[in-house]
Design a protein around this ligand. Structure first.
Ligand code: ASP
Length: 439
């Protein structure tokens, strides 16, 4: 019997998980065992397995990739292109969000600011506060400080990706500066390590359908399906949810494919197909960092981008290039101001765009990380603490679903970046449009 392709297996797992999650509740048991804890166990095990390979995979991938670029000229050129790509696409995404949220005005329903319709309870405000309290604010200076960690072992252990990436870039670069005999030994060692990590990643990916089933089922089962409060809020937030999804879809299905087509001459449909396992994983995990091993695998094996390019563009992208997150931050901030009945001036909207761009760089690739950035934006534009928490409490009801969507956009943009930059470095890739035969 022909084996079903991985993305179909994952898709079926997602559908089954939604069904099972919907039909059960937090108390459901099977043979005396709580279903929620079983799904949680499976999902956590899968996430752990992905996280387990991140440090050695990223380290070996970056080191071999950078050592392969060879010298400061190549590295500077690649770095310049990558940063330009990240900034441009994030800005495009924010602009789309800005236009859509101003057109739809989801914060106003029947001429009334939504805040009066929803009536956020104190308990919900407390919940929102608890989500962001004590988390790192991530100012611009902070981002630079995190790039140079005082202790690389601690940074790796704590999953501080920026520090790890920076150290590995230095390591790979200086391999090219030592005597040939040592350089060769170092390069071969890291190349071997990289090959092993890819094999382990391949092995973990085989379990993706089961792991993703667990992740989705535990999210769906955990939803408060019967709470009136929640239902009323979710219904009132329908237009907001729609706005975010439409804006994300425009970026993912119009802007990015156009860039693929015109900058890399790549057939977008084939790229979507190549990236399907990574997209479905990012959707299920809501974490670009946890998805990174699968993103690397898909970009190198299916999209045929070289390790030299993907090892630079993808880990960095998973940490600092977040188009979906930037778009979301902008839409949420403007939605909350609309919901409170404030008219924003052009300068305030500009401030939101700028802060969304900057904070999206500092947001970690983990679930719900943008909530902290949204708090920063709201306060930067002048909202007081209590109102900002109340605003955040409104969107929390639908945040998980939107997190899944924006994370997929984040990962997709990184993958397009790898293809576009790879192409600009003269790589062919299998996804290139076939050139018409000359008559
Ligand atoms: N969950 C997102 C990611 O990992 C970050 C966020 O927007 O919360 O890419």
């Amino acid at each position: 019997m022909p084996k079903l392709q991985l993305h179909w297996q994952i898709l079926i797992a997602i559908c089954l998980a939604i069904l099972v999650g919907y039909l059960s509740n937090k108390q459901s048991t099977f043979l005396g065992i709580h279903l929620l804890s079983v799904f949680d166990f499976i999902g956590t095990m899968f996430m752990n397995a992905l996280k387990m390979v991140i440090v050695p995979l990223i380290a070996s991938s970056i080191i071999t990739g950078i050592a392969g670029i060879g010298g400061s000229h190549g590295l500077g050129r690649m770095g310049g292109k990558t940063i330009l790509y990240y900034m441009t696409t994030s800005l495009f995404a924010i602009m789309v969000g800005l236009v859509v949220v101003n057109m739809v005005e989801p914060g106003i329903v029947d001429g009334e600011p939504i805040r009066d319709i929803i009536k956020v309870s104190d308990e919900q405000i407390e919940m929102a506060k608890a989500k962001v309290d004590g988390k790192e604010a991530g100012s611009v200076a902070d981002i630079f400080l995190r790039m140079v960690p005082p202790n690389i072992v601690t940074a790796s252990a704590e999953g501080q990706m920026l520090g790890l990436i920076f150290f590995c870039i230095l390591f790979g670069f200086f391999i090219t500066k030592i005597p040939d005999a040592y350089a060769e030994a170092q390069y071969n060692f890291w190349q071997g390590m990289y090959e092993v990590m890819l094999k382990i990643t391949d092995f973990i990916i085989k379990f993706a359908p089961i792991g993703i089933f667990g992740l989705i089922a535990s999210v769906v089962i955990g939803l408060d399906k019967d709470s009136d409060d929640m239902n009323r809020m979710a219904a009132a937030l329908g237009s907001f949810t729609g706005t975010v999804i439409v804006a994300l879809a425009i970026h993912m299905f119009i802007t990015m494919p156009l860039m693929l087509k015109f900058l890399a001459r790549v057939n977008p449909l084939r790229h979507f197909k190549a990236m399907a396992p990574a997209m479905l994983t990012s959707f299920s995990t809501a974490s670009s960092s946890a998805t990174l091993p699968i993103t690397l695998d898909c970009v190198e094996k299916n999209a045929k981008v070289s390790n030299r390019t993907s090892s630079f563009v993808l880990p960095l992208g998973a940490t600092i290039n977040m188009d979906g997150t930037a778009l979301y931050e902008c839409v949420v901030a403007i939605f909350i101001f609309q919901a409170f009945g404030y008219d924003l001036t052009f300068t305030q909207q500009f401030l939101i765009v700028f802060t969304a761009l900057m904070t999206s760089i500092g947001v970690a690739g983990i679930p719900a990380a943008s909530l902290i950035a949204i708090m920063i934006i709201l306060k930067a534009v002048g909202l007081d603490d209590a109102s900002a928490s109340a605003g955040l409490a409104m969107v929390l009801v639908v945040d998980r679903v939107l997190d899944m969507c924006r994370t997929s956009v984040n990962v997709f943009s990184d993958s397009c970046g790898a293809v576009i930059i790879g192409k600009s470095e003269g790589e062919e890739g299998i996804l290139a449009d076939e050139q018409p035969a000359k008559a």
